[in-house]
Design a protein around this ligand. Sequence first.
Ligand SMILES: *[C@@H]1O[C@H](CO)[C@@H](O)[C@H](O)[C@H]1NC(C)=O
Ligand SMILES: *[C@@H]1O[C@H](CO)[C@@H](O)[C@H](O)[C@H]1NC(C)=O
Ligand SMILES: *[C@@H]1O[C@H](CO)[C@@H](O)[C@H](O)[C@H]1NC(C)=O
Ligand SMILES: *[C@@H]1O[C@H](CO)[C@@H](O)[C@H](O)[C@H]1NC(C)=O
Ligand SMILES: *[C@@H]1O[C@H](CO)[C@@H](O)[C@H](O)[C@H]1NC(C)=O
Ligand SMILES: *[C@@H]1O[C@H](CO)[C@@H](O)[C@H](O)[C@H]1NC(C)=O
Length: 320
Amino acid sequence: GPGLCLPNLQVLLFIFWNPPTTAQVTIEAQPAKVSEGKDVLLLVQNLPQNLTGYVWFKGQITTFHQFIIAYKIDSRKITVGPAYSGRERVYSNASLLIKNVSRKDTGSYTIQIIQRGDKTKGVTGHFTLYVDIPKPSISSSNLNPREATETVILSCDPDTQNVSYLWWINGQSLPISGKLQLSENNRTLILFNVTKDTAGPYECEIKNTVSSSRSDPVTLNLLYGPHVPRIFPPSTYYHSGKALYLSCFADSNPPAEYCWTIDGKFLQSGQELSIPRITTEHSGRYGCSARNSATGRVRSTFKRIKVFGKWIPASLSTGF
Ligand SMILES: *[C@@H]1O[C@H](CO)[C@@H](O)[C@H](O)[C@H]1NC(C)=O
Ligand SMILES: *[C@@H]1O[C@H](CO)[C@@H](O)[C@H](O)[C@H]1NC(C)=O
Ligand SMILES: *[C@@H]1O[C@H](CO)[C@@H](O)[C@H](O)[C@H]1NC(C)=O
Ligand SMILES: *[C@@H]1O[C@H](CO)[C@@H](O)[C@H](O)[C@H]1NC(C)=O
Ligand SMILES: *[C@@H]1O[C@H](CO)[C@@H](O)[C@H](O)[C@H]1NC(C)=O
Ligand SMILES: *[C@@H]1O[C@H](CO)[C@@H](O)[C@H](O)[C@H]1NC(C)=O
């Protein structure tokens, strides 16, 4: 393997060194904040002159076991060591690229910069890399469940090792309820027979000993209804020759489709019924039906309308 191929380098590592001289070398990460799966470049600045090469180590100790990668300037030769993961690259300007970082890459990095001539002279630089927890997101087995009948499984993604998962509903910690059930590691949440109370918004958080990150909120679009429709206005008695305006409403998601009947016969569809000039012939039992295509449910309500000719009994006049 590549770790075994170390011409001159082993020698180079072990004759090195007296304590680091004044640290003029600076290292910065680009980007400054890196999250899992992304690449990071450890940029080395203020390099001294007249160099023969660089050696990168994982950690603060410059032992062979910690040796990641080395670059020899004259030959442009790159050598890798036991701490090399296959994701590191070293450039001729000493910078180290780490691809596809994971939280295992968190920690300190040391570069030894070897100057020409006296091999016991050199400079070291240190850098501590922090890898952010990724921002989680909630996925749902069903974003449009039917009220009180469907079970929904929410997952907090990604599935990551060595973290705890936490959930919130309406910004509060989860209530103890037979309607909610967490998986063993708390990454998934099962919602039984979802209702308005349990439709959300939900948020999840990934947390480890040093940091945490919270998802955007997710609210389920509950499909419900229609509830029993109501007909407006409530009046029952009308004068012949007047206009009749009726409207019907039933709470429903998605909104209901409506149709009207008189004495069981279809009259028209639509939420409003309008007859410009009524006669006594228009007396009857008016029905409004509300239908929700998503839940497949239909609810109806009925109202008796009486149209009078010339006069109206005084005892009924309150209806005008
Ligand atoms: C070193 O080389 C890399 C790769 O070419 C480049 O991205 C980086 O900016 C260079 N660093 C400096 C300090 O010039
Ligand atoms: C990045 O690393 C993870 C493991 O940490 C691996 O599962 C994934 O395939 C890698 N992605 C790429 C693009 O190499
Ligand atoms: C570089 O190192 C060589 C060999 O030790 C030395 O002769 C030379 O003066 C050095 N140059 C600079 C600019 O330090
Ligand atoms: C998770 O923890 C175990 C035991 O502490 C450790 O061996 C492993 O490397 C950790 N995994 C990650 C991705 O940090
Ligand atoms: C899951 O969450 C509960 C609180 O909701 C907590 O008491 C428990 O320790 C958590 N389990 C794990 C494995 O994180
Ligand atoms: C969900 O609803 C079904 C049918 O209405 C019922 O049998 C079941 O007990 C309910 N489950 C829970 C956990 O409330």
